[in-house]
Design a protein around this ligand. Structure first.
Ligand code: IMP
Ligand code: MG
Length: 336
């Protein structure tokens, strides 16, 4: 199970499952050659790199491995000031490739998003302008990366580069954003993002066909959280969320709503993504004793039961378990 020629990583609930941490772990541990990102600016992938907490909206989380080539697929919407800021912070100018057909989020899109009574008000978007930028793209009046002089040095045929790397047997990771239930097609419409967030969409946005993928790793958090409006089955009252230590503040500064792990939603997410394995993050938030465990055997029985119950329900193995915020605080069961 150790090598992973081409793996797609997706979120199984409403985003913020900890994809950034899992991807950065794999990038280092498995010495990933290529990390290509789909999606849009979203709320952020959090990566701890050299002791610094980084919130990435654009740069693939695999940047933590300095040998890893990074790509933004054609389906990505680029927010240029944010991208430039992150290129500087992560120092990846020499190993980043951008597809000429990425579309651009313009200032007017962010303004439209932030001032729309429907988008910001009713749906509770992140306000980056993703939805309005996609509308513009669908009208076929969008600016593309190839029209932007600042992006010229990075332009490359991402579909070609990624497919070539897969054909050469390189280790390729395709990074999805958000989670299945924020999908425009499979989520809790209209309380969703402006795009499909499933594994198929990740591949499509990057330009990789369904037969090129070996593994689909779905990331779940040990409990469910959601920011913005829309249904959240079994949502806990705020006091209970605080009592359980589950209160989190999202990348956009908003409090996340929370509910216990949802087996039905997890099963459906595994089905729609054709997931082959799962990661469960933040297990230590529910079972603090897990934080000091060096392997699965050291978990308390209750924690093991919880993991085994999830596996029983979703019918795929849980290969990675997050037991603390640090980049290496992961129990890796892949060699078992
Ligand atoms: P938009 O993607 O900004 O249009 O927001 C649509 C919905 O998706 C809102 O409920 C947002 O809070 C949610 N959302 C968008 N990106 C993320 C994310 O990265 N994590 C969690 N929720 C997100
Ligand atoms: Mg996030």
């Amino acid at each position: 199970m150790k090598s992973l020629p081409c793996t797609v990583v997706v979120g199984g609930f409403w985003g913020d499952e900890g994809k950034g941490k899992i991807i950065s772990y794999l990038a280092l541990k498995d010495e990933i050659d290529i990390c290509a990102r789909a999606g849009s600016v979203n709320a952020a992938h959090t990566v701890i790199h050299e002791g610094k907490v980084m919130k990435l909206h654009m740069i693939p989380s695999g940047f933590v491995n300095s040998n890893c080539r990074l790509f933004l697929g054609a389906g990505v919407n680029i927010h240029i000031p944010q991208l430039m800021k992150e290129i500087k912070e992560t120092k990846v100018e020499n190993r980043l490739g951008i597809d000429p057909q990425c579309s651009i989020i313009e200032e007017k899109h962010s303004i439209q998003d932030k001032t729309s009574a429907h988008l910001k008000g009713v749906i509770g978007t992140t306000g980056w302008g993703v939805g309005p930028a996609i509308e513009e793209r669908v009208r076929r009046t969008a600016k593309l990366a190839k029209d932007i002089p600042e992006l010229k040095p990075y332009l490359t045929d991402v579909a070609m580069e990624v497919n070539k790397a897969i054909d050469e047997g390189k280790k390729v990771l395709l990074e999805g954003t958000q989670g299945l239930y924020l999908s425009l097609y499979h989520g809790t419409y209209p309380y969703v993002t402006g795009r499909d967030t499933s594994a198929s969409a990740v591949c499509s946005e990057i330009g990789v066909g369904p037969k090129k993928v070996d593994k689909v790793l779905i990331v779940f958090k040990a409990y469910v959280t959601r920011v913005g409006a829309g249904p959240l089955p079994n949502e806990l009252p705020r006091e209970e969320v605080i009592k359980r230590g589950w209160l989190e503040i999202s990348g956009t500064g908003r409090e996340r709503r929370a509910a216990p792990f949802n087996y039905e939603l997890a099963k459906r997410a595994v089905m729609i993504n054709s997931a082959t394995e799962a990661a469960v993050t933040k297990l230590d938030v529910i079972f603090p004793e897990c934080r000091n465990a060096k392997n699965y055997e050291e978990f308390p029985d209750e924690a093991k039961k919880f993991i085994e119950k999830i596996e029983d329900e979703i019918k795929i193995p849980i290969t990675l378990i997050g037991v603390g915020p640090g980049p290496l605080q992961i129990i890796d069961r892949r060699s078992i």
